[in-house]
Design a protein around this ligand. Structure first.
Ligand code: ZN
Ligand code: ZN
Ligand code: FE
Length: 759
C-alpha cells in the first residue's frame, strides 16, 4: 500500500471537480479523501502504486469540461488505511491561490429538466447544477461555498439538500442549488417598480414584450433591456430612451444549426455573425433599427434558465428574437441590484422582471467573432473573467495595472497568472469610475494580493492615472507604460512569447512618448522596452476631441494638407458646401487647438468622411466600421493599392504618407465611383503598404515575428489581409486571441511591462 497527497491548483471549484475525483478514486478502488480549501483542492489517495499512477493520469485526461488544472503537486506520505474515499467539507486556509470560477451557461441536463412537466424543476428559472449556473457574479469571497455567496440567505429544502449531499448526484455540492420550493423567485413590476405578477411572471413579461414594451430584466451579471426584435418602432423607442442612436444592438434567439459552435460554449458570448449566413427567417425577423449598416449581427443564445423560459414563451407567442442590450443609460455601467436599476433605468423600462437572488458582481456579456476558427474579442467579460491568462514565466513581483481610459479593464498579475477583470467601460462618468474603484478593490481582496507596484497609462488626464497618483501617496511604486507598448506586450504575453518582435499597432488613441497622440505605429522591442521605428503620417484634429465626434473636420484637415488651403484646388465634394468649412480652415491655418495624431482610427474616420456620409458619428469607430461594411474580403484582395511614400521625419521614425490615398478616395468620390470599391482600395493600400514597411523593419533588425494589436484590428478585413500578406512575406504573425485587440487588453500589457522593468 502507498499513499500520496495531491495539491491541485487551477479552476477546480464550482466545476464538479470533487465529485469527479470521488468517482475516479472509487472506480480505482482507492481510499482517502478530497477537500476544498482557499488554497486549492487537496486530496489524499491510498492504494497500490500502479493504481495511484493511473489515478494521476486520469485526473489530467478526463477532467470535467469546465475544470482547468494549472499545477498538481504530488507527495508520497505514510499510508493510514482508511476504509473508503470521502469528500470532506471545506476548510479555510490562508494563502489564496484557488481560481474563482466564471459564470457558466445552463447545461443540457438542466434545460431538459426545466422543460419536463414531470420534473420538480419544470419551469423553474433558477435551475442549475455543478456543470452550470452562476459563479463569479454571486461569490462574495472564496472558498466558493454557499455561505459566501448570495445564495446564503436561501435554505435548501429536504429534496435539494439530499441532492447536494449525494456524491452520485449532478448537484452534489452545487452551491447555488435551488428549486421553486426553497430558492429565488421571480416577479413582474410595473413602471414604478410595484409588483404586479408573481405567479406567472414570465408569461406576464412576455405579454408586455408582445405589446412592444421595453422590459428591464434582471439577469446574471446585471440587467438587460429587452424589446421584441421584429418591431422597428419598439427598437427605435429603446434607442431613444437609452440615448443609443446608432451602435448595433444584440439579439437573443433560439439555437440554430447555422450558428457557430462558439455560441454554444459554456461562456455563451454574443457572437458577431455574418448576416448573409444567417437563416433567412431570422434575418427577416430583425427590424432594420437593430443593427443598421452592419454586415454582422450580434447574436447570443439564452444562457440562464430565466432566458430560456422567456424565449420559449416569446416564441410561443410569435416573437422569434429579443433585443437584449445592457441595462444602463448611455455609457454607464450595467445595473446591479433591484433598487439601483429601478432608479437608474426609470424612464427607460416600461416593466421590470425582477428576482431576489443578489448579483454581487457586474459582468457584461462578452462579444467576439471568429476568425480562422479562433475568437477575435471585442469584449472579454462574462464567462471568461476572471479566468486568468497564464503566462509562461512565473517569477516576479505582483503588479496591479489600472488600464486605459476607454474600454477599461484592470489586471492583477500574480505569479504566472494575469487576472483580467470583467469589462469596466469608459472612465468618463462618475458611475463608471466608481465601478473602476470597486473592481480594483474587489480583485485585490478576492485574490488576497495587494501589489506594491501599480502600472498605469502615460496619459496624465486619464482617471485611471489619477487613481494611480493617489495610490502613490499611500506609498505605492508607479510605473507608467506607453499605450502602444502595452498593446505589443499584451499580444506577446498571451502567446507566451518573449520577443523581441516588430509590433504593428493600429489603434485609435494613445498618449505617445513625445506628448502627441499615437495610433498607427510600427514598434520594435519587447516587454522591457520599445523603439518607434515608423508610423502613419500624422494628421491634424481641428478642434481636438470635437474632431473625433465630427469626422468631417478630419476630412477637411487632410484635404487641406494634401491640396493646400485653397478650396478651388480640392476635388468637388458636394457635402463641403453644407459644412462650415471656413472656421475649420482658419484654426488649421493658425494651428489653434489642432493636435496632431498618427492614429489609424482617425485616418479611417478622415477617409470615410470624404464621402460626406459620416460627418458626425455617435460612437467611436462608427465611421470605420460602416466604411468597412461597404466592401468584402474578396473585393479587398482584388483591389489595387495606392502608393504610400515613406518619408523620413526629424524625430527619427519614418512616416507613411497618405497623400495618394486622400487623392484617390477624394477624386474617386467626386467622379462618382462606387464607395465600396474605394473602401476596398483603401483597405488594400493599408494592408500592402504597412506590410512592406513591417517587412523592411523586420529585415533591418533581423526579426521574424510580428505582433498585431490595437483597436483598428477589430476590422476583420484589415486584420485578415495583414495576416495573409505578412505570412506570405515569410513572417510569423501573432494576433490577440485571448484578449481583445482593442483597449480591453491594455491592462495586461501594462502589468507585463511593469514587471519586466522591475527585473
Ligand atoms: Zn446544469
Ligand atoms: Zn429546494
Ligand atoms: Fe489602444
Amino acid at each position: 500500500m502507498a499513499r500520496r497527497r495531491l495539491h491541485v491548483d487551477g479552476i477546480v471549484q464550482g466545476v464538479g471537480f470533487r465529485p469527479f475525483v470521488y468517482n475516479l478514486a472509487r472506480s480505482g478502488n482507492l481510499t482517502g479523501f478530497v477537500t476544498n480549501t482557499s488554497a486549492g483542492v487537496f486530496l489524499e489517495i491510498e492504494g497500490d502504486d500502479p493504481a495511484l499512477d493511473r489515478f494521476e493520469q486520469r485526473l489530467q485526461d478526463e477532467l470535467p469540461p469546465l475544470a482547468r488544472i494549472v499545477a498538481v503537486e504530488s507527495m508520497v506520505i505514510d499510508p493510514v488505511g482508511d476504509d473508503e474515499f470521502t469528500i470532506r467539507i471545506s476548510r479555510d486556509t490562508p494563502g489564496t491561490s484557488t481560481l474563482i470560477p466564471p459564470d457558466v451557461a445552463t447545461c443540457a441536463d438542466c434545460l431538459r429538466e426545466m422543460r419536463d412537466p414531470d420534473n420538480r424543476r419544470h419551469g423553474y428559472a433558477f435551475t442549475n447544477c455543478t456543470n452550470c449556473g452562476p459563479r463569479w457574479t454571486i461569490i462574495d469571497r472564496i472558498p466558493y461555498d454557499r455561505p459566501y455567496t448570495s445564495m446564503a440567505e436561501f435554505t435548501m429544502c429536504a429534496a435539494c439538500q439530499a441532492e447536494y449531499d449525494d456524491p452520485d448526484d449532478r448537484r452534489f455540492h452545487a452551491q447555488p442549488n435551488a428549486c421553486a420550493e426553497c430558492g429565488p423567485q421571480l416577479w413582474l413590476a410595473d413602471g414604478e417598480g410595484h409588483k404586479i405578477e408573481s405567479g406567472d411572471a414570465i408569461g406576464a413579461a412576455v405579454e408586455r414584450l408582445v405589446a412592444g414594451r421595453i422590459v428591464a430584466i434582471k439577469g446574471l451579471g446585471g440587467f438587460h433591456l429587452a424589446v421584441r426584435a421584429d418591431d422597428d418602432d419598439a427598437v427605435r423607442r429603446l434607442r431613444e430612451r437609452k440615448h443609443r442612436e446608432a451602435k448595433p444592438l444584440a439579439v437573443m434567439v433560439r439555437d440554430n444549426p447555422a450558428f457557430d459552435d462558439f455560441l454554444r460554449t459554456p461562456q455563451a458570448p454574443i457572437g458577431l455573425l455574418r448576416r448573409d449566413e444567417l437563416p433567412a427567417a431570422l434575418n427577416e425577423a430583425i427590424a432594420p433599427a437593430v443593427a443598421p449598416e452592419h454586415r454582422r449581427l450580434g447574436v447570443m443564445l439564452p444562457y440562464t434558465p430565466l432566458h430560456h423560459l422567456l424565449l420559449d414563451e416569446a416564441i410561443l407567442r410569435g416573437i422569434p428574437a429579443l433585443v437584449m442590450t445592457s441595462g444602463n443609460a448611455s455609457d454607464e455601467p450595467i445595473c446591479l441590484d433591484n433598487a439601483e436599476a429601478l432608479e437608474r433605468l426609470a424612464g427607460i423600462a416600461d416593466n421590470w422582471l425582477l428576482h431576489d437572488r443578489g448579483i454581487l458582481r457586474r459582468a457584461d456579456d462578452s462579444v467576439a467573432q471568429l476568425l480562422d476558427d479562433e475568437p477575435l474579442f471585442f469584449r472579454r467579460s462574462r464567462g471568461w473573467a476572471p479566468v486568468p491568462i497564464l503566462l509562461g514565466k512565473s517569477e516576479g513581483a505582483p503588479v496591479l495595472a489600472v488600464g486605459p481610459e476607454l474600454k477599461n479593464t484592470i489586471c492583477l498579475l500574480k505569479e504566472n497568472r494575469a487576472f483580467l477583470s470583467p469589462h469596466v467601460g469608459d472612465l468618463e462618468n462618475l458611475k463608471t469610475y466608481e465601478f473602476f474603484t470597486e473592481t480594483t478593490e474587489q480583485l485585490q481582496t478576492l485574490l488576497e494580493c495587494e501589489p506594491d507596484v501599480i502600472a498605469h497609462d502615460l496619459h496624465p488626464g486619464y482617471l485611471s492615472t489619477s487613481w494611480a497618483r493617489e495610490a502613490e501617496k499611500q506609498g505605492k511604486q508607479l510605473i507608467g507604460v506607453q499605450h502602444h507598448h502595452a498593446h505589443l506586450a499584451a499580444v506577446l504575453a498571451e502567446h507566451d512569447e518573449s520577443g523581441p518582435a516588430v509590433g504593428l499597432i493600429l489603434d485609435g488613441t494613445g498618449y505617445g512618448l513625445d506628448g502627441t497622440i499615437w495610433g498607427g505605429e510600427i514598434l520594435v522591442g519587447d516587454a522591457s522596452g520599445v523603439e518607434r521605428a515608423g508610423h502613419l503620417q500624422t494628421l491634424r484634429l481641428p478642434g481636438a476631441e470635437t474632431a473625433i465626434r465630427q469626422p468631417w473636420r478630419l476630412a477637411v484637415a487632410v484635404l487641406c494638407d494634401v491640396y493646400g488651403p485653397d478650396r478651388g484646388n480640392w476635388p468637388d465634394l458636394p457635402w463641403l458646401d453644407r459644412r462650415d468649412v471656413g472656421p475649420v480652415l482658419q484654426i488649421l491655418e493658425r494651428d489653434l487647438n489642432c493636435p496632431v495624431s498618427s492614429s489609424c482610427g482617425r485616418l479611417f474616420d478622415a477617409i470615410a468622411a470624404l464621402t460626406g456620409r459620416w460627418g458626425e458619428v455617435h460612437y467611436e469607430a462608427q465611421a470605420a466600421i460602416e466604411w468597412m461594411s461597404l466592401t468584402s474580403f474578396t473585393e479587398v484582395a482584388r483591389a489595387e493599392p495606392w502608393p504610400m511614400a515613406t518619408r523620413a521625419t526629424k524625430a527619427g521614425p519614418f512616416a507613411l504618407a497618405f497623400d495618394e490615398v486622400v487623392r484617390g478616395v477624394g477624386e474617386g468620390i467626386a467622379a462618382g465611383e462606387r464607395w465600396g470599391s474605394l473602401s476596398a482600395r483603401f483597405h488594400a493600400t493599408l494592408i500592402h503598404r504597412l506590410t512592406e514597411a513591417v517587412v523592411r523593419t523586420a529585415n533591418e533588425r533581423g526579426m521574424d515575428t510580428v505582433a498585431l494589436g490595437g483597436g483598428s484590428l477589430q476590422n476583420e478585413l484589415l486584420l485578415r489581409g495583414l495576416i495573409d500578406a505578412l505570412q506570405a512575406a515569410g513572417l510569423r504573425t501573432l494576433r490577440p486571441v485571448q484578449t481583445p485587440a482593442g483597449d480591453g487588453a491594455i491592462a495586461l500589457g501594462q502589468a507585463v511591462v511593469a514587471r519586466a522593468r522591475l527585473d
